[in-house]
Design a protein around this ligand. Structure first.
Ligand code: HH2
Length: 301
């Protein structure tokens, strides 16, 4: 990939790790922990110290069945966090996770660098807001809204339909003035997907590379892991890491996770395996290493 997000140029195959900060009372795995702006700021700084490449800040839970939040309330949750992070000189690019054009506009004015829209431009004004700001955009696949999406998880051909609906979202973005070169695509694990469908998407995510854009995947702590293992939400890190590794091996560039340090380690090992499996002419250096850390790997046993 070759994409400027805020002050940083994301170049090469990654993997790049996006750390999640949910300034919400009701997110499915960390609701209430980072609703206070100072707690959200501290969490963003913790994730940066753990090796995140960017952070994703959200003020609305999009878990299945979640009730929508008024846009004013959503903005009230995220804007102070952005202002404080920028005032403190926070160095990483910040993504704003929102479906609302008004929230995106306020967040961009307060220092956000990228819009992560889980609805794939359902708000008719979102494309124009993103185009006017000239920032990159994540278009995620879902159907309906978080309140009703699980009833829409009906597919005759899952991969083909997700790919076609992502292509339609790219066309909506282009019509609003957001060029394809600024777009990242996400299959939306758990959004209008049964656990079995999330597993199939994860297994075949490499096929979505044919859409020609960088891919972002958010497997972190999701229901398909509980479905496969019986693990409660607070105990799904091992399953998350397996999914991270699978994504990296399939060529996914960006991973959205709650626990950054373990994901960075899993992603680096998977990236090295991927590079080692390639013929030298196509392989090159293990992904991400050159951009990180300055000074290479510390000695380790
Ligand atoms: N998943 C969640 C939220 N935003 N954005 C993208 N691009 N991809 C995802 O898979 C994704 C996302 C759900 O996770 P979380 O933010 O932890 O939960 P909640 O929506 O309950 O706040």
């Amino acid at each position: 990939m070759e994409l400027r997000i805020g002050a940083r140029l994301f170049t090469g195959p990654g993997p790049f790790v996006m750390g999640v900060v949910n300034a919400t009372p009701d997110s499915f795995s960390d609701g209430g922990r980072f609703l206070d702006p100072d707690a959200a700021v501290a969490q963003a700084e913790r994730l940066a110290a753990e090796g995140a490449d960017l952070v994703d800040l959200g003020g609305e839970s999009t878990r299945p069945g979640a009730a929508p939040v008024a846009p004013e309330e959503e903005a009230r949750r995220v804007v102070p966090v952005l202002e404080r992070l920028r005032a403190r000189g926070f160095a990483l690019p910040i993504s704003i996770d929102t479906r609302r054009a008004s929230v995106a506009r306020a967040a961009l004015a307060a220092g956000a660098d990228l819009v992560n829209d889980v609805s794939g431009l359902a708000d008719p004004e979102m494309g124009e807001v993103v185009a006017a700001a000239g920032v990159p955009l994540v278009l995620m696949h879902m159907r309906g809204t978080p309140a009703d999406m699980q009833g829409r998880a009906v597919y005759a051909d899952l991969l083909a339909e997700v790919a076609a609906e992502l292509r339609a979202a790219l066309a909506r973005a282009a019509a609003a003035g957001v060029p394809a070169e600024r777009i990242i695509l996400d299959p939306g694990l758990g959004f209008a997907k049964t656990p079995e469908q999330s597993v199939e998407l994860l297994a075949r995510v490499g096929e979505l590379r044919a859409l020609g854009r960088p891919l972002l995947v958010g497997p972190s702590r999701k229901r398909f892991i509980g479905h496969l293992t019986g693990a409660p939400v607070e105990d799904r890190l091992p399953g998350t890491l397996a999914a991270v590794a699978a994504c990296v091996l399939a060529g996914v560039e960006l991973l959205r996770v709650h626990e950054v340090a373990p994901a960075v380690q899993a992603a680096r090992v998977a990236a090295a395996l991927r590079a080692a499996a390639m013929p030298p002419a196509r392989g090159g250096a293990p992904m991400g290493f050159a951009q990180r850390g300055g000074g290479g790997e510390p000695p380790a046993t």
